[in-house]
Design a protein around this ligand. Structure first.
Ligand code: G6P
Length: 372
């Protein structure tokens, strides 16, 4: 009913709007004043966490994209090698697992069969399993050695939004906690990230307050035969997530690429007017990432692409190459997915609505897939 949707046309829009609160709730009680991170529901001892010499993240769908973001953060902060794997592939390739392997299973529902079977396989091989889950008492957390709940609240729309952002937050908390337990390498950076995480709900409110231009853009893109998404570093999983949302909801062909791979093949897809959504990292970030993607954008635009650029507030280097420019609040590079994903959620939702689809219940999909 309309009341259940809190005045929004779709549960998905309501859940997008709930993201600032969902993040605040997921952080609540887990960050101490002194910047220390407390994860009291993680029943693994500090010794277990110190012993971990390898991390595998397993998940499906949108949760897998959260895992891809986590890999960048966890490896950078902890220096522990971290692989991300589709749960449906994991056990079939006979992964190398033992007591000092930490497997992180990410699942909104806690009932996804592929993820459950991956975690059972990991436990049989004596790995420690930590679940990140949004559903209290569901099967995946019950069968895991430890659980960190995302406090996103119930998610009704089939396409995951607030669950994704809170999963990403939970992964940051785990990465920061592992870094602290193991003796921090980047103490100042970790402290700064903790501060930035606390500011995130306000930044998201600001972003959502200015989202109207994205809705207008959606109406312009609704008849496009394909939409491409490019990003680098943590912008790469964001590109994949933007494309997945569009496939799920709008039934459009969409694909996400690592921007550096364009020249190795996908650039041949660019035709006159092909919409390409470009996720641009902060110009303040380390390395040359920002400048590299700006040159990728120049290249595709020279070949006719219609560029939709998601960039940080104040980034003027991108303006000459953006047919549409969507600014997001400033964040440290690793936290950027919390803001850059949001316009892509709105874009997919509005394109689907403009095409006349049932946004909350897309054809052929289920909220939770309990078969392999
Ligand atoms: C289904 C849903 C997706 C979700 C995936 C994983 O395919 O349609 O939105 O990302 O399952 O679900 P989970 O509950 O394990 O996060």
């Amino acid at each position: 009913s309309a009341a259940e949707k809190g005045g929004y046309d779709y549960f998905m829009l309501k859940e997008i709007a709930e993201q600032p609160q969902a993040i605040a709730d997921t952080l609540l009680g887990r960050l101490k004043e002194n910047g220390e991170i407390v994860l009291d529901e993680v029943r693994l001892s500090d010794q277990d966490l110190r012993d971990a010499d390898k991390i595998f993240i397993v998940a499906c769908g949108t949760s897998y994209h959260a895992g891809m973001v986590a890999k960048y953060a966890i490896e950078h902060w902890t220096r522990i090698p971290c692989e991300v794997e589709l749960a449906s592939e994991f056990r079939y390739r006979d992964p190398v697992l033992d007591r000092s392997t930490l497997v992180v299973a990410i699942s909104q529902s806690g009932e996804t069969m592929d993820t459950l079977m991956a975690l059972r396989h990991a436990k049989e091989q004596k790995a420690r399993v930590l679940a990140i889950c949004n559903t209290n008492g569901s099967t995946i957390p019950r069968e895991s050695d430890a659980v960190l709940y995302t406090h996103g609240g119930p998610e009704v729309a089939v396409a995951s939004t607030k669950a994704f952002l809170t999963q990403v937050v939970a992964c940051y908390l785990i990465g920061l906690h592992l870094a602290q337990v193991r003796g921090i390498k980047y103490a100042d950076e970790v402290a700064a990230v903790v501060d930035q995480l606390q500011e995130m709900p306000d930044k998201l409110r600001e972003l959502l307050a200015g989202i109207e231009p994205v809705r207008e853009l959606a109406r312009e893109l609704k008849a496009a035969p394909t939409v491409l998404f490019i990003g680098r570093h943590v912008g790469f999983p964001v590109a994949l997530e933007g494309a997945l949302k569009l496939k799920e909801l709008a039934y459009m062909h969409a694909e996400g690429f690592a921007a550096g791979e364009l020249k190795h093949g996908p650039i041949s897809l660019i035709d006159q007017g092909t919409p390409v959504v470009c996720i641009v990292p902060s110009p303040a970030g380390r390395g040359m990432l920002h400048d590299k993607i700006v040159s990728n954008i120049q290249e595709i635009r020279a070949r006719g692409a219609r560029t939709i650029v998601i960039a940080e507030q104040g980034d003027e280097a991108v303006t000459p190459y953006a047919d549409h420019l969507i600014y997001v609040p400033r964040t440290p590079t690793l936290l950027a997915p919390l803001v850059t994903t949001v316009p892509l959620q709105v874009l997919a939702c509005e394109i689907a609505a403009a095409r006349g689809h049932d946004v909350d219940q897309p054809r052929n999909l289920a909220k939770s897939v309990t078969v392999e």
